[in-house]
Design a protein around this ligand. Structure first.
Ligand SMILES: CC(C)(COP(=O)(O)OP(=O)(O)OC[C@H]1O[C@@H](n2cnc3c(N)ncnc32)[C@H](O)[C@@H]1OP(=O)(O)O)[C@@H](O)C(=O)NCCC(=O)NCCS
Length: 156
């Protein structure tokens, strides 16, 4: 049963990896390994979590450099999905990337993930290309859809 309480967004650290990885495994058919989360924290990528009461309900990870930001992960625990928390965390990440003087945000999403694509499209991301056979999928591979949000017109 999901926890009750106001959502709070906080910075995540090494002590949160175990829970992040549990959420990751529940949410993706091809989850990141623990090592990828460790690497993200080690190299200083931004990792923020959505905390509700005692529970971590989701997280987002992004990198930024030379005016470009990359949204690397956005994930909400299945028990907490469809309540607006994905949008909330996405908005928080976008505001932070804009403050870091990024001019555009890029992301890749599996072609088989239309919910995520519509979440990003609703927020103004545009599809700018495809990376053929980018992701592992079953016995084969599947395309990545590449999306971009221009931040010039975003108010921060
Ligand atoms: C994608 C994800 C982050 C969305 O989080 P969420 O909290 O469920 O999303 P929200 O409740 O904020 O919904 C935002 C929008 O997402 C889309 N969406 C989310 N779930 C959907 C569903 N089941 N059916 C259709 N659209 C859906 C809709 O556009 C929705 O907008 P709407 O409520 O105005 O229709 C979440 O489903 C998730 O973690 N999925 C697994 C991991 C993943 O695929 N991450 C994205 C990788 S790039």
């Amino acid at each position: 049963m999901p926890e009750k309480g106001h959502p709070l967004i906080r910075r995540l650290g090494i002590e949160d990896i175990e829970v992040m990885h549990e959420i990751e495994k529940l949410s993706y058919p091809y989850p990141w390994s623990r090592g990828i989360f460790e690497d993200c924290l080690r190299v200083g990528y931004a990792c923020f979590g959505l905390q509700i009461g005692q529970a971590l309900a989701g997280y987002t990870i992004f990198s930024w450099a030379a005016g470009e930001a990359h949204l690397l992960n956005l994930c909400i625990h299945p028990d907490w999905q469809h309540r607006g928390y994905g949008s909330l965390l996405l908005e928080y990440a976008i505001n932070n990337m804009a403050r870091l003087e990024s001019e555009a945000i890029f992301l890749e999403v599996r072609a088989s993930n239309p919910y995520a694509v519509s979440l990003y499209e609703n927020r103004g991301f545009k599809i700018i290309g495809r990376r053929p056979l980018y992701y592992k999928a079953g016995e084969g591979r599947e395309d990545a859809i590449v999306m971009r949000l221009e931040l010039h017109s975003e108010k921060v």
